[in-house]
Design a protein around this ligand. Structure first.
Ligand SMILES: *[C@@H]1O[C@H](CO)[C@@H](O)[C@H](O)[C@H]1NC(C)=O
Ligand SMILES: *[C@@H]1O[C@H](CO)[C@@H](O)[C@H](O)[C@H]1NC(C)=O
Ligand SMILES: *[C@@H]1O[C@H](CO)[C@@H](O)[C@H](O)[C@H]1NC(C)=O
Ligand SMILES: *[C@@H]1O[C@H](CO)[C@@H](O)[C@H](O)[C@H]1NC(C)=O
Ligand SMILES: *[C@@H]1O[C@H](CO)[C@@H](O)[C@H](O)[C@H]1NC(C)=O
Length: 411
């Protein structure tokens, strides 16, 4: 009886400072698994008075806009915090610094726009895994994060997830203050290039995931940077690789690299003929580096011969014009001569026409003979026509014929 009373008394005494039954409003507390869950309760702040036994705190689907330095007081024994999908936009300085045992922090699915340079710093660098998947609001947030990774003293970080953040470029040396990082997830971003220094300072990396980005090619600089990482797992699949001759170095690297690659997922997105073709072991002919030699030469010869023909024609034309120019006097004379000759001929025809249509010819009688008629005609015409008329050139037999064939009308 007495022992029972002492037990009850002790029980009340221990439970009195809200340690046994207390669970924050809107949350479920599980002492056995040392877990507190506050899921989709429209909470506006991180709940206070979390039981001391809690090691894992899950706060998701709420409306917590800001994480402040006092958000996690009295949670120094918590090791895992999941804060995904809470519309968090701002993380103040030393937001997590009371969480000296925190190993796992999930901030995925938020809209971080403002990250203080010391937001992630925790004394003793206990953090091992940080999930920032789909959590960066814009490019400003990325530069903020780069600073926070530098100033956060995250020397113990082993795993970092930055997937789904629309990242187009990584600031050089962004991860250089994470010397013990083993796994880096950059999947589902918009990365197009890796530069010298992008992955500098990571000497313990084991997994690098670059799948689902916008890489069309890895240039020599990028391949050097990847090769420096050694024989680690590198995931490069599901990128829109363009398999033209330019990608040759990348294919060679895929052929020869000591890295452990997801070669089966590394496939061409274009050109059409090579869509879905595996890049590794692609031949140089297939990617169009080896142009058929003879066709090329023939083409060149053809072009050369066209050029040569053009030059020759041009030269001939020039010579022709030059000769014409030199002979301009002779040409002029020739043209005048030609004109005169033409005029003579034309006048000759004109004359013939007039003779043919002359009615006086009808009075010449057949019996007077050809020669007489001709003489009469000459006489008559010479009296009427100007002196320079080339009467002599008219063939004499024409008139005779005409005369003789005329019907003897007057007889
Ligand atoms: C954390 O754990 C230590 C040691 O187990 C304990 O003394 C301390 O009271 C705990 N803190 C909280 C807030 O429960
Ligand atoms: C980070 O969180 C996302 C979604 O919350 C999850 O899908 C992903 O697996 C997590 N990353 C790691 C490395 O566990
Ligand atoms: C990112 O968003 C913040 C907050 O809305 C804004 O102040 C900043 O100018 C934005 N940065 C860019 C690069 O758009
Ligand atoms: C990729 O990221 C976008 C936005 O960041 C997200 O909506 C989408 O679900 C992600 N896709 C995959 C396959 O993870
Ligand atoms: C890659 O290897 C394949 C076969 O092993 C070879 O035919 C091809 O030419 C190589 N490609 C390059 C660009 O080295």
């Amino acid at each position: 009886m007495c022992i029972f009373a002492v037990r009850v008394f002790l029980g009340i005494l221990l439970c009195a400072p809200y340690q046994c039954l207390e669970c924050p409003f809107g949350c479920e507390c599980f002492a056995v698994t040392r877990t507190v869950k506050c899921v989709s309760k429209d909470l506006l702040t991180v709940p206070q008075s979390v039981p001391g036994y809690a090691r894992t705190v899950i706060i998701t689907g709420n409306n917590i806009h800001q994480i402040a330095p006092d958000s996690f007081t009295e949670m120094e024994n918590v090791t895992n915090i999941i804060l995904s999908n809470n519309r968090i936009t701002e993380m103040a300085s030393h937001s997590f610094s009371v969480l000296i045992n925190l190993r796992f922090l999930d901030l995925s699915g938020n809209q971080l726009a403002l990250i203080h340079p010391e937001a992630l710093s925790i004394p003793g660098s206990p953090l091992q895994e940080l999930n920032l998947s789909r959590s960066l609001y814009n490019f400003t947030a990325l530069t903020d994060l780069t600073t926070a990774l530098r100033w956060g003293g995250l020397g113990g970080l082993l795993r970092l997830d930055l997937s789904g953040n629309h990242l187009a470029l990584l600031p050089p040396g962004m991860f250089s203050h994470l010397p013990n990082l083993q796994q880096l997830f950059l999947t589902n971003n918009s990365l197009v290039a890796v530069y010298s220094g992008t992955f500098s300072g990571m000497n313990h990396l084991e997994v690098l995931d670059l799948t689902q980005n916008a890489f069309r090619i890895f240039r020599a600089e990028a391949l050097q940077e990847l090769e420096k990482l050694g024989n680690i797992h590198i995931h490069l699949g599901n990128n829109p690789y363009t398999c033209s001759c330019e990608i040759r170095n990348f294919v060679t690297w895929l052929n020869e690299s000591r890295a452990l690659l997801d070669v089966d997922a590394v496939r061409c997105a274009s050109p059409g003929a090579l869509t879905e073709a595996r890049l590794q072991r692609l031949s140089v002919q297939a990617i169009g580096c080896v142009v058929p030699v003879q066709a090329g030469v023939a083409d060149l010869t053809l072009q050369t011969s066209y050029v040569f023909l053009g030059l020759v024609l041009g030269f001939v034309g020039m010579v022709f014009l030059f000769v014409l120019y030199l002979n301009r006097k002779g040409m002029k004379n020739w043209i005048i001569e030609m004109r005169d000759a033409c005029r003579d001929v034309m006048e000759g025809y004109h004359y013939r026409y007039e003779i043919d249509s002359d009615p006086r010819l009808g009075h010449i009688t057949a019996n007077k003979g050809g020669s007489r008629a001709q003489a009469h005609l000459r006489l008559a015409l010479s009296q009427q026509l100007p002196n320079d008329t080339c009467i002599v050139q008219v063939p004499s037999d024409t008139q005779i014929k005409q005369v003789t064939t005329f019907p003897p009308m007057n007889l």
